[in-house]
Design a protein around this ligand. Structure first.
Ligand code: ZN
Length: 149
């Protein structure tokens, strides 16, 4: 963050991958990812899990929550195959499958790359497991791979 509070664009040291900009609302999420733990906010008022991280529950508006470790298991709810690299970092990675993952814990969805999955093999409902990709000293991205079972 700059002194004005406006985030600066940061890039990974390798090949210009743009990095997330941790903020007051989500820095704990990124810290847990760095530790290779997937933790989401669980509302203390109604018990709902939520993602992306934010200060208030969209269901009951409570500002109280805890960071709950989740299984990291889910299924492909939707996906796309990116064919045209927007950034040089992705030039040798296309065609690139990107999934909307529905977590096993309920109506919680995350977007991420489907790693080590041939684009032609992606299927709706395919079981996946989170994996963590260390992309910078302080940033680790949650990505997804095919589940073993
Ligand atoms: Zn709530």
């Amino acid at each position: 963050m700059t002194q004005t509070g406006k985030p600066e664009t940061r890039f990974s040291p390798y090949a210009g991958l743009p990095l997330p900009q941790p903020s007051w609302d989500n820095y704990k999420f990124w810290e847990y990812c760095k530790a290779h733990e997937l933790r989401l906010q669980k509302c203390s008022g109604c018990g709902e899990l939520r993602y992306y991280p934010r200060p208030a529950c969209p269901e009951c508006h409570s500002m109280e929550f805890e960071w709950t470790k989740v299984s990291g298991k889910g299924t492909v709810y939707s996906y796309t195959i990116a064919h045209h690299p927007v950034l040089p970092f992705f030039a040798d990675k296309v065609p690139l499958p990107v999934g909307v993952i529905k977590l096993d814990e309920g109506e919680v969805y995350m977007v991420g790359r489907l790693m080590d999955v041939d684009p032609g093999d992606v299927k709706i409902g395919m079981p996946v497991q989170v994996m963590f990709e260390d992309v910078a000293e302080d940033i680790t991205l949650p990505q997804w791979r095919r589940a073993d079972d």
